[in-house]
Design a protein around this ligand. Structure first.
Ligand SMILES: Nc1nc2c(ncn2[C@@H]2O[C@H](COP(=O)(O)OP(=O)(O)OP(=O)(O)O)[C@@H](O)[C@H]2O)c(=O)[nH]1
Ligand SMILES: [Mg+2]
Length: 683
């Protein structure tokens, strides 16, 4: 139940658009390798990797799950990830655990949004493309390969080829049968192209190849093949049908014979320390060194408790190992070391470097924790993959009084499961806002809150994070003075506010000469400035892209104190900002919508009704249009439902925060009016 040598292990994650067939493919791989007796199906809800009740009812993977198989002496750990754009964050979180990202493409749909995002996010890993669903009728394989190469480069080269109708695949690398007739190209051409590409990374081999030609054996190509994968010099493309089983054993052979083992590939970057001072450190796959393991996924099962999946990068873990979590002083004892196969867990005696194991019910474990058995590895962490930004928001309103605390605890747990979920408490609007990658994502969070924690929640669109800024420059001098009996208050601040470029944030500069404001009061001045910026001057939203320069002031030997300077600075900023043409900024998002060509008109109209500006259109595959636009966040409410009804359910979209820009005059006026109304109510 455990691999014996690091070099036998292969770790890979299946990424790619929903519907490309990742879950079904894993099922077929497990069947072919004898890990299961019969293949389950997504339709029946009995696959190894989609075991969660929500996954069974929706027919989609929602969380990554792990399974392993053995093939020709190799131990292959495979992660099946969700392909819906809304769950992309969860899928990408598996990348630090593997050497190879296998991006699965639906032969009938071609390059889709998640295909691109997955290829992009996995660029540092070894990558291969599996074109699945080759049994679909009428697939134009030649055109599909061209599109893959146009999207991801000429490095995409077939390692095998399908026959007409996708009935089987023909190997073009190990023992090519040059007489076989593929659906497109030729075995000879595919073989020569891939070998030419591989030998390019090794001069000696190139010379040998020119001499030996065809008699170069696959074994001689193993190392340069691995180097080509690692350097992005080769992205092999292979073909499968998870339905008929075509290409499955061929894929298993490729995994075992060509994909990198844990001593190869590009390991994730470990860092010691935080921020700019962090030092790059590395782990070796030496079984006798200290343990370094990375928790890449955490799940919370209501019955079985918390499960932390971790990849061992260095050292050996046994049930007796004492592991520190991050910087914790006290270790925990592993106790039960688990091997995970879908929903099943079995106890194992040892985890060697390169393997993926789990521990259950350790409460302090959290996603991205580094587990280690020596304080030498304190302050280690792993550079995070680049995750898409969570921009779709929903404000949650507990229906039962007193549920706020439970909601906050439940959300805390969910944050650990999902790198693209964020929770914020909007103090201005007095609401808890969750943010995610789309409506489907947030809906699934609501369902989990209901089913796991029995939390009934009302929802509403969250307050839009408007900001304010100034369009001009102005100066102000404010004197705060109070004399009432005993010690008085005195502080005078003269400052200038200047507009900065968009996205520059807030800057504070002290240009006081001659000590007119003594240095020890400067922190108080800065505090007053920051308070005023936070409060805004027009509609109650924080001011940004502003530089505040304090250049003069006055103090009093007896009456000056901190509070006087805080007050003076605050009023000075308010007056200056009022005079510097303040404006309200609204957040804009970049929205990419993919629809069938006939829905282009409907979507364009919908976008312009939402004040959207189309910035580009593309044709990712014949019959489909991808429209990129910029839309005010305030206008996005209910967009996904509209897209569904316009496109008959076929359309898909993704959004990302873009930038802030001045809100239209009417919007500014309305917000200012609402602010005055609110302040009136508060008084
Ligand atoms: N014809 C055909 N259908 C397939 C093949 N592979 C998968 N399917 C079907 O495609 C649908 C989606 O398959 P899944 O395995 O759930 O796809 P997935 O990529 O895991 O999807 P998500 O979990 O949503 O990301 C199911 O109805 C499968 O039966 C294939 O090779 N040929
Ligand atoms: Mg799936």
């Amino acid at each position: 139940m455990t691999p014996t040598s690091v070099r036998d292990i292969r770790n890979l994650t299946l990424l790619g658009q929903s519907g490309s067939g990742k879950t079904t493919l894993l099922e077929r791989l497990l069947l072919a390798a004898g890990a299961i007796d019969a293949a389950g199906s997504v339709e029946k809800g009995d696959t190894v990797s989609d075991y969660d009740p929500q996954e069974k009812t929706s027919g989609h993977s929602l969380n990554p799950s792990l399974a392993h198989l053995e093939w020709a002496g190799h131990w292959v750990n495979v992660l099946d990830t969700p392909g819906m754009p809304d769950f992309l964050g969860r899928a990408l979180a598996t990348l630090p655990a593997v050497e190879t990202a296998v991006v699965v493409v639906n032969a009938a749909a071609g390059v889709e949004t998640v295909t691109r995002k997955a290829m992009d996010a996995a660029a540092e890993k070894c990558r291969m493309i599996v074109v699945n669903r080759i049994d679909a009728p009428g697939v134009d394989f030649a055109a599909l390969l061209e599109r893959l190469r146009a999207a991801f480069g000429k490095e995409c080269l077939p390692i095998n080829l399908p026959t007409a109708g996708g009935e089987r695949v023909i190997d073009c690398f190990f023992t090519p049968d040059y007489d076989a007739v593929p659906a497109f190209s030729s075995v000879r051409e595919a073989h020569d192209q891939i070998v030419d590409q591989v030998v390019e990374v090794d001069e000696d081999l190139m010379a040998l190849y020119l001499e030996q030609g065809e008699s170069l054996q696959p074994e001689q190509l193993h190392d340069p093949f691995e180097q080509s994968l690692r350097e992005g010099h080769l992205i092999p493309v292979c073909f499968t049908s998870a339905r008929t089983g075509a290409g499955i054993t061929e894929l298993l052979d490729i995994m075992g014979r060509l994909l990198p083992d844990p001593t190869e590939g590009n390991p994730p970057q470990f860092l010691k320390g935080e921020g700019p001072a962090a030092q790059a450190v590395s782990a070796t796959t030496d079984a006798d060194q200290h343990v370094i393991a990375h928790v890449f996924q955490v799940s919370n099962d209501p019955f079985r408790g918390k499960l932390g999946l971790f990849r061992i990068h260095q050292g050996t873990v046994t049930p007796n190992t004492q592991l520190f979590i991050g910087d914790a002083r006290k270790p925990f004892k592993v106790g039960h070391l688990l091997r995970v196969q879908g929903k099943n867990q079995t106890e194992i005696d040892v985890g060697i470097p390169g393997d993926i194991c789990a521990v259950a019910r350790i409460d302090e474990i959290h996603r991205d924790a580094v587990l280690h058995d020596s304080h030498d590895e304190d302050h280690f962490h792993v550079a995070r993959p680049r995750y898409p930004q969570a921009v779709f928001g929903l404000a949650l309103l507990p229906e039962k009084h007193g549920d706020e605390q439970r909601l906050s605890e439940a959300l805390h747990r969910l944050l650990d499961e999902d790198p693209c979920l964020s929770v914020e408490r909007d103090m201005q609007a007095k609401e808890t806002v969750i943010r995610g990658l789309g409506e489907v994502h947030l809906k699934s969070v609501l369902e989990i809150l209901k089913s796991r924690w029995n939390l009934s929640l009302g929802t509403r669109p969250p307050a839009i994070p408007y900001r304010e800024t100034i369009a001009g420059t102005a100066e102000s001098r404010y004197r705060h003075k109070k004399q009432s009996g005993g010690a008085g208050q005195f502080g005078e601040v003269a400052l200038r506010v200047e507009a900065l470029e968009r996205g520059a944030g807030v800057q504070f500069a002290d240009e006081v000469k001659g000590g007119t404001i003594p240095g020890n009061y400067m922190p108080a001045v800065e505090k007053g400035v920051m308070q005023a910026l936070e409060e805004g001057v027009l509609a109650g939203f924080p001011l940004q892209d502003v530089r505040v320069v304090v250049f003069d002031g006055k103090h009093h030997a007896v009456d000056s104190n901190e509070i006087s300077f805080v007050t003076a600075a605050r009023h000075a900023v308010q007056e200056a900002a009022q005079a510097a043409k303040p404006i309200v900024l609204e957040p804009l998002i970049t929205l990419s919508v993919r629809v069938a060509d006939e829905h282009f008109g409907g979507i364009s109209a919908e976008l312009s009704g939402r004040r959207g500006r189309v910035t580009g259109t593309d044709s990712p595959q014949p019959g489909w249009t991808e429209i990129t636009s910029q839309v005010p966040m305030a206008e996005m409410d209910g967009f996904e439902s509209r897209l569904k009804s316009i496109s008959g359910g076929d359309g898909s979209c993704s959004i990302a925060f873009s930038h802030y820009e001045p809100a239209p005059f009417e919007v500014q006026q309305r917000l200012a009016k609402e602010h005055v109304g609110k302040r009136g109510g508060e008084q």
